[in-house]
Design a protein around this ligand. Structure first.
Ligand SMILES: [Zn+2]
Length: 322
């Protein structure tokens, strides 16, 4: 029991010392390890990371500068597009008497959600503004381009229009013997009532050639009734809202669907239908309404001739019974 106690005492007095030493050694090693790692880390970060961070910083500053230049360029382009837009509205479209192109929503900015990914860092306001300006520029460029396309078509149409609109006399004026005006008749020869005369009557000899007064497509030809109405007639469709009618013809030289050009002979003056003597009844119809054909003779008429024509106009109707 005594020996055992002694040996136990010895062990318990030696072992704590050893354990403490062992623990101390371990702690020292760990601490040393930490110190070494920290020093290495500091050295490595000093040698490698800092220049990288420095270069990143430099690149950031350069990017900010480049964004500034980009914004300047966007502003310049936007002001040029604005000038084009202004000319489009106040010059080109005024020339063709058309309203400005309406593209619903083309100038409305995109929703904020489109720019959400640009948020969240110190450069977000710069990026956000640049992208918004760039999108606005893209939208106005698109609108301007569409508008110019439309103007190009209008310019082409205007050229066609100048050929299509009725603009000459439908017969040779030297053959003209009498002129009966457009408008309200003072007295209808048969019905004895006031009636609207839908065209002008150009009296001349039977067989005088009748000209198409503008480029057109023959919409209709009709043999008519023997003693009533328009008799033999041709209706031309000139597009752009214009139609012309040539009635009481003796002969017709065109058929439905034919394409005719201004000055082309389409028939001969006669006295078919409700007519008492050879004459051409000529109508100009614009957007479905009969208008005064005299206003469409001016292409080859001087103002003196026009005045004379107006003075010599007759309002009685000896020639028609329709
Ligand atoms: Zn008439």
């Amino acid at each position: 029991m005594g020996v055992l106690q002694k040996s136990q005492t010895l062990t318990s007095s030696e072992n704590p010392e050893k354990v403490r030493m062992a623990r101390y050694a371990l702690l020292r090693k760990i601490l040393l390890g930490f110190i070494v790692i920290s020093v290495l880390n500091l050295a490595i970060s000093h040698l490698f990371y800092t220049p990288k961070m420095w270069s990143l910083g430099k690149r950031n500053r350069e990017l900010v500068l480049k964004y500034g230049i980009l914004q300047d360029r966007i502003r310049t382009l936007q002001s040029r597009i604005d000038e084009v837009h202004h000319r489009d509205i106040y010059v080109y479209r005024a020339l063709f008497s058309v309203d400005s192109l309406s593209l619903n929503g083309v100038y409305t900015p995109y929703p904020d959600s489109k720019y959400a990914s640009l948020q969240g860092d110190e450069y977000s306001s710069l990026m956000d503004k640049t992208w918004r300006d760039m999108d606005a520029l893209a939208r106005s460029t698109y609108a301007a381009s569409l508008s110019l396309d439309e103007l190009q078509i209008m310019a082409k149409n205007k050229e066609n229009m100048s050929f299509a609109i009725p603009a000459i006399w439908p017969i040779d004026r030297t053959q003209l013997q009498g002129f009966y005006a457009f408008g309200v008749r003072s007295k209808h020869p048969i019905f004895k009532t006031r009636r609207m005369h839908k065209g002008v009557d150009l009296s001349c000899n039977r067989g005088v050639p009748v000209y198409a007064t503008g480029d057109a497509v023959v919409q209709m030809t009709d043999e008519g009734m023997r003693r009533r109405g328009y008799g033999r007639q041709v209706l031309l469709n000139h597009d752009f809202g214009y139609k012309t009618r040539y009635a009481h013809l003796n002969k017709i030289f065109v058929k439905k669907g034919d394409r005719v050009t201004r000055g082309q002979i389409i028939g001969e003056v006669g006295s078919t239908g409700g007519s008492t003597g050879p004459h051409l009844h000529y109508e100009v119809i614009y957007m479905g309404r009969n208008v005064n054909p005299v206003n469409y003779f001016n292409k080859n008429m001087t103002s003196d001739e026009y005045k004379q024509l107006m003075e010599n106009m007759k309002y009685n109707t000896d020639l028609e019974t329709e």
